[in-house]
Ligand binder design. Structure first.
Ligand SMILES: [Zn+2]
Length: 254
């Protein structure tokens, strides 16, 4: 096996769930027995949209002390990137607050998140070792804010071909198209929510093929794309779209 293959293989399994509880779809945890899509549950705050108070959407957070300080800083940096570019404000949780997200790690807990706001404590699993990475923190937070994977978008067939024959059978539902609210943003190969070419492959062959000539690269985003940021601003009706300077983007790369 070449090192390139090993590299791709690593990223293809990064999103895989390794725990039995809760029930997971890929890296999306499912509350009760009802599968929640970004639509319609994010349509209202009574659904799975986080509530807005004035101009901001406050999301209280708790970070398990099981993480090292360095790991906690990576998670905080991920949250801070939303504070800097959207009207989402992650604030430290205090016990008087009912609904909050809680980052935790356990052996083999993997990387996963619920889709949209749940009630009470809402866990986000970022297992030490493979999941405490800037892009993964952003990815799982975007799930918690109500966003699904890019390649299940309602219009995805115009941009990608899903190669179901190469996908592990039990994971095929992760590739089923959803009736998503695309918020008038283009399909984005550079989204941090896009699976990579070999995600859930059963035979080492691609599971997603980009259409186009030349076919664009995808699935290895190191941070939220501009479209990822715009979507958060649109879904949560942030009063003013922030400007995203090249300076900011470069800073977040290091
Ligand atoms: Zn995911």
């Amino acid at each position: 096996m070449t090192s390139t293959f090993l590299y791709l293989l690593f990223f293809s399994v990064m999103d895989v769930c390794l725990v039995k509880m809760p029930v997971l779809h890929g890296d999306i945890a499912v509350a009760d027995t009802t599968y929640k899509n970004a639509e319609p549950c994010t349509a209202t705050e009574k659904g799975c949209k986080w509530p807005k108070e004035g101009r901001y959407v406050y999301v209280p957070y708790y970070i398990s002390p099981d993480y090292t300080q360095e790991e906690q800083n990576i998670i905080i940096r991920g949250m801070r990137s939303f504070n800097q570019t959207t009207c989402i404000r992650f604030i430290p949780w205090n016990p008087s607050v009912r609904n909050y997200i809680s980052f935790f790690t356990q052996p083999n807990s993997g990387c996963w998140s619920y889709l949209g706001r749940q009630k009470g404590v809402q866990h986000i699993s970022l297992e030490r070792g493979g999941c405490v990475r800037y892009s993964t923190v952003q990815h799982e937070i975007l799930h918690a804010l109500g966003f699904n994977h890019e390649q299940v978008r309602s219009d995805r067939d115009r941009y990608v071909r899903i190669l179901f024959n190469n996908i592990k059978r039990k994971q095929q539902y992760n590739f089923q198209k959803k009736r998503t609210n695309n918020l008038e943003t283009p399909y984005d190969f550079s989204s941090v929510m896009h699976y990579n070419k070999y995600a859930f492959s059963k035979n080492g062959l691609p599971t997603i093929e980009a259409k186009g000539d030349p076919a664009p690269a995808f699935g290895n985003a190191r941070q939220m794309s501009t479209n990822d940021i715009i979507r958060v601003n649109k879904l949560y009706r942030c009063s003013k779209l922030k400007t995203y300077s090249t300076f900011y983007l470069l800073c977040e790369y290091v």
